[in-house]
Design a protein around this ligand. Sequence first.
Ligand SMILES: O=c1ccn([C@@H]2O[C@H](COP(=O)(O)O)[C@@H](O)[C@H]2O)c(=O)[nH]1
Length: 236
Amino acid sequence: MSSKTPLSPVIIALDFARRAELDALVDQLDPSQCRLKVGKELFTLFGPEIVRSLQQRGFEVFLDLKFHDIPNTTAAAVAAAAELGVWMVNVHASGGAKMMSAAKTALLPYGKDAPLLIAVTVLTSMHSDELAAIGVAGDAPAQVSRLAALTAECGLDGVVCSAQETPILRAQSSDQFLLVTPGIRPAGSELGDQTRVATPADAMAMGSSHLVIGRPVTRSANPLAALKAINQSLGY
Ligand SMILES: O=c1ccn([C@@H]2O[C@H](COP(=O)(O)O)[C@@H](O)[C@H]2O)c(=O)[nH]1
């Protein structure tokens, strides 16, 4: 384990529209407390420079752009993420096996420096009731299980799912298969648009390997205290 590798499984989702707000939060954080996630809003506003600036501060970055395109385009995008030196990058599993395999193959030249490659199954904002309207038969756990099996077959490192599905996925996957879970809500915090949720401690107990946490920390009156309380609840 490198000296900059955090012990905590927490990944903070940096969903900000203003650079000053982002900097005010990141100034309080230390790479030993968490990793950081750059998503669509931040990347669209500030581009690769924002990733580099977080890396220069010693943070490992999850580039959460959820690529979903034809295999050639997705593979090139994943390779671009590898050039940026991110710790983790993702695609949508619903892009299919050819797309995921092309993305995995694109990372081979990077060897041990390749980012972890994971695939989004069913967004944690979605309830099973919504799936029929997009042509998915069955409930969220069944669809997550199906897409996670496909992801594993394609040789990716893991999936994004809700903590609620992790017991099923732990039973069907190797111990090394990463289960990265957003939809994390400490007891009493607002759900917002998330529907398949769990507390940090429950998520870890059920089998999550990493917890993606945004608003419960970033929109807290005291983000550092909120993060420390979460880490403490997990024994870090
Ligand atoms: O299924 C998914 C995939 C990605 N996300 C992202 O995680 C964070 C969650 O933020 P909160 O503020 O804690 O809800 C956000 O950046 C999403 O884009 C997800 O929530 N669910």
